[in-house]
Ligand binder design. Structure first.
Ligand code: NAD
Ligand code: DAU
Length: 370
């Protein structure tokens, strides 16, 4: 039986990880530490009872608080998701993102070192959830990122994650902390905060707003279903070698335009299949006799917009037996279905002042065109 600290567990991937892990490892104890920032949604977590899941509202930068938790709960594993995760917000305000992502990771590492090594030794694992963005941007013909690709982060967010990765590595080399790092590609799935491409465009369509595609929509991302991501982390925790880095991806490169067109067709088809959707979402294009694709608008590009990410997951597959299960078309359909079935979840977010303020500042008054 393991005792896990899941930081950022009220966020998109962290919450999916808690759902996944609690199904697969029902005897494990889970403690979620989350500051409930604008991106934290307490309701995304399952109700499992105090024996199995404890939620702690707190900041990963509070080193003393984390040390106290590690000791009081006798935790032996950290899975570190907590971060400021949005590239556009990191461009609008880099200092806070660096503070949380770099100093937050440093505080956690220090707490782990003091409790597990200095006051230990305790058998432990510190797993850091990182991103493919640390490797920079690929040209159209470049081979995908491997674990040996040199770091070349281009946004403040990516640079902060790269710095955090370096600190995690340094704690392994210097203090002998047992660490693993996973660098994964763009996730999609349930509980995804509607500021990121796929969930933003779903709620925009359902609310009758335009779809602001940056530049010419030619940028390529390598889409990974969040459950396959959790599956990959599970393999790393089970069999990953301490000090080692594992890329997680499913070889699923698509241009943004391709993804958005596929999403538009899926929404059109959902409205055709289910006559009730038009009355629930009267502003959505299919409810007004329009095709969703007509709502795509090419808008000002993101500064420093990375052209292409692609992950080579060979190490995870060959060393740890990782086998993804979710095919993109089915995963996208399921994701759309989840948003249609969980309107209360996303409407609560849309009503938050902080969300409306971000959309207004970033996309303009109409909410659809920077
Ligand atoms: P998210 O923004 O949805 O969630 C982040 C969570 O962290 C929120 O619940 C927030 O309240 C919490 N948090 C923020 N600052 C905190 C602090 N100081 N202390 C405690 N909690 C804090 O992010 P996500 O998309 O779920 O990403 C999770 C992790 O995965 C991040 O580290 C991100 O860099 C990484 N990642 C994400 C993706 C992706 O596609 N979403 C891909 C690769 C890597
Ligand atoms: O690659 C992994 C990364 O994926 C993670 O490390 C980040 O935490 C996560 O946010 C994500 O970063 P991206 O910048 O790739 O995700 P985002 O959903 O913001 O954008 C995906 C693509 O869509 C990107 O090329 C920018 C574009 N885009 C995004 C938004 C929000 C648009 O064209 N319009 C938009 O309104």
């Amino acid at each position: 039986m393991a005792r896990l600290l899941v930081t950022g567990g009220a966020g998109f991937i962290g919450a999916n990880f808690v759902h996944y892990w609690s199904r697969r490892h029902p005897d494990d104890r889970l403690v979620v530490l989350d500051a409930l920032t604008y991106a934290g949604v307490r309701e995304s977590l399952p109700e499992l009872g105090d024996e199995r899941l404890r939620f702690v509202a707190g900041d990963v930068r509070d080193q003393a608080g984390v040390e106290g938790l590690l000791r009081a709960e006798r935790l032996d594993t950290v899975v570190h998701f907590a971060a400021e995760s949005h590239v556009d917000r990191s461009i609008a305000g880099p200092r806070h993102v660096v503070d949380v992502n770099v100093l937050g990771t440093l505080s956690l590492l220090e707490a782990a070192r003091r409790v597990w090594i200095e006051d230990g030794p305790v058998a432990h694992r510190f797993h850091h959830v990182s991103t493919d963005e640390v490797y920079g941007s690929l040209g159209p013909e470049d081979p995908p990122f491997t674990e040996a690709t040199p770091y070349a982060p281009n946004s403040p967010y990516a640079a902060s994650k790269a710095a955090a990765d370096h600190l995690v590595r340094a704690y392994h080399e210097t203090y002998g902390l047992a660490v693993t790092i996973s660098n994964c590609s763009n996730n999609y799935g349930p509980y995804h905060f509607p500021e990121k491409l796929i969930p933003l465009f779903i709620v925009n369509l359902l609310e009758g707003r335009d779809l602001p595609l940056y530049g010419e929509g030619v940028n390529v991302r390598d889409w990974l279903h969040v459950e396959d991501h959790c599956r990959g982390i599970e393999r790393v925790l089970a069999a990953g070698r301490s000090g080692r880095v594992y890329n997680i991806g499913t070889r699923n490169e698509r241009s943004n335009l391709e993804v958005v067109e596929q999403l538009c067709l899926a929404v059109d088809a959902a409205f055709e299949r289910d006559g009730g959707l038009a009355s629930r979402f009267p502003e959505a294009p299919p409810a007004r006799g329009e095709r969703c694709g007509a709502r795509i608008r090419f808008v000002r590009d993101r500064p420093g917009h990375d052209l292409r990410y692609a992950i080579d997951p060979t190490r995870l597959e060959t060393e740890l037996g990782f086998a993804p299960r979710v095919e993109f078309a089915a995963g996208l359909e399921d994701t759309l279905r989840w948003y249609l079935d969980h309107e209360d979840w996303w409407r609560r977010i849309l009503e938050r002042g902080s969300y409306r303020e971000w959309i207004r500042r970033h996309y303009g008054e109409a909410g659809d065109a920077p």
